[in-house]
Design a protein around this ligand. Structure first.
Ligand code: FE2
Length: 273
């Protein structure tokens, strides 16, 4: 059967993963539907933001939602799609090698950008684990850390996948992929493995590049300060504040406390992440 051309962004973040992000998963899906996207994956850090209800919500808006996560593997970010184990079990490349199945898709996000969270040369050693390499939206005509990724993808015969890594609404739509596939998880992932992908991208204007970097830098600093305050505040006081802000109730208080703990476990977000 001939594939359709599906507009896809498979590297997206939402408030469910990082508190500073202005939109939740449903708002992101609404916005992406307005922009004509057919396929999305919400890839929060070490958190799977996917369930049947959310997939149904997306489907009702014409969007196939693919389960995905940006896992932290030995301190490096790795995009994993269609995983059937908890991200917490994939903390090492050995574990990734052990657990990964043929129906997963594993992608190297922004591999040669500055920062210890990027795979860098480690990708060369672990290339057998990766199905594709990301081309990130975050570049200008003069500043472009995608170039070594493009060379590696060519040399290692891996397809490039364009995505926005959006943490801000203005990042969505700057770079995306057109995938020749049927609108099912299996068909989309297999089409990417087979290289049936075209990338639509444009370099950011310098002012856009600086504005995005500044907004993400400020948000990251604010989030780090918030987490530091949460760590230093006496536990009882944090719980009482959360109780009050959620309108009381044991479950509301517990959920808020758990989300603080979860946030504390998520690594600080760099400008590329
Ligand atoms: Fe990311």
């Amino acid at each position: 059967m001939q594939g359709l051309t599906l507009k896809a962004d498979l590297h997206l973040h939402t408030r469910e993963g990082e508190a500073f992000i202005a939109y939740g998963a449903r708002e992101l899906i609404d916005r992406a539907a307005e922009q004509g996207f057919d396929v999305l994956s919400i890839t929060n850090h070490d958190t799977l933001t996917f369930d049947r209800e959310l997939a149904d919500y997306a489907r009702e808006r014409g969007i196939l939602l693919i389960p995905g996560v940006e896992a932290t593997v030995e301190g490096r970010h790795v995009l994993i799609y269609n995983p059937d184990v908890h991200p917490g079990q994939i903390r090492s490349f050995a574990a990734l090698r052990r657990y990964r199945r043929p129906d997963w898709l594993v992608v190297a996000p922004h591999p040669f950008y500055p920062g210890s969270i990027c795979l860098g040369r480690r990708l060369l050693r672990e290339i057998d684990l990766f199905d594709a390499v990301e081309l990130s939206h975050f570049y200008t005509r003069r500043i472009d850390f995608n170039r070594p990724a493009i060379r590696l993808a060519r040399d290692a015969r891996r397809p490039l996948l364009g995505s926005s890594d959006a943490h801000l609404s203005e990042q969505l739509g700057t770079t995306y992929s057109l995938i020749e596939a049927q609108p099912t998880v299996a068909s989309v992932l297999s089409a990417i493995r087979a290289g049936q992908v075209r990338i639509v991208t444009r370099p950011l204007a310098l002012w856009e590049f600086v504005a995005i970097a500044t907004r993400l830098g400020l948000a990251t600093a604010h989030e780090s300060a918030r987490r530091a305050c949460a760590r230093w505040a006496p536990a009882g006081r944090v719980q009482r504040r959360d109780w009050e802000s959620h309108g009381g109730g044991a479950i509301a208080g517990l959920e808020a406390h758990e989300s603080e703990e979860r946030a504390a476990k998520v690594p600080a977000t760099p400008s590329i992440g």
